[in-house]
Design a protein around this ligand. Structure first.
Ligand SMILES: [Zn+2]
Length: 136
């Protein structure tokens, strides 16, 4: 059984640990650190939008998902009301799993794996291929 500490909150950065319990066995482990951040350029690896590139609009850390511009678009039929004044058909991006996207490295020009490097007391994401530092 997997139980997460805390509830889904608009600020999920404080929820860093999950508890795993099976019978009398209890274990604490950290929820994987997000390698994708807002405004990152990512490439989609699987699904109907595989191969597409886009900007990350939103990161849903707790759910392990990201919303990418122009990717996984769903069409919604809405009545006139809160969402849209006139109603009609609107297109919205639905979140996709972070494991289905890869960060784009501008120097390499392709999707790369991300590593971490600590400089001073700050942690930076680096390209595993060329060592380019992201979000300096
Ligand atoms: Zn690179």
């Amino acid at each position: 059984m997997l139980r997460r500490f805390g509830k889904l909150s608009p600020c999920p950065t404080k929820t860093r640990f999950a508890e795993f319990s099976y019978g009398h066995v209890r274990q604490l482990y950290a929820i994987s650190i997000m390698k994708i951040r807002k405004n990152d350029k990512v490439k989609i690896l699987v699904g109907k939008d595989a191969g597409k590139q886009g900007k990350v609009l939103m990161v849903l850390k707790e759910a392990g998902k990201v919303v990418v511009e122009g990717v996984n678009i769903a069409t919604r039929h809405v009545k006139p009301g809160k969402v849209s004044k006139e109603g009609g058909i609107i297109k919205i991006e639905k979140p996709i799993s972070v494991s289905n996207v890869m960060l784009m490295c501008e120097k390499c020009g392709k999707a790369v794996r991300v590593g971490f490097s600590i400089v001073g007391d700050k942690k930076y994401r680096v390209c595993k291929k060329c060592g380019e530092v992201f979000g300096k």
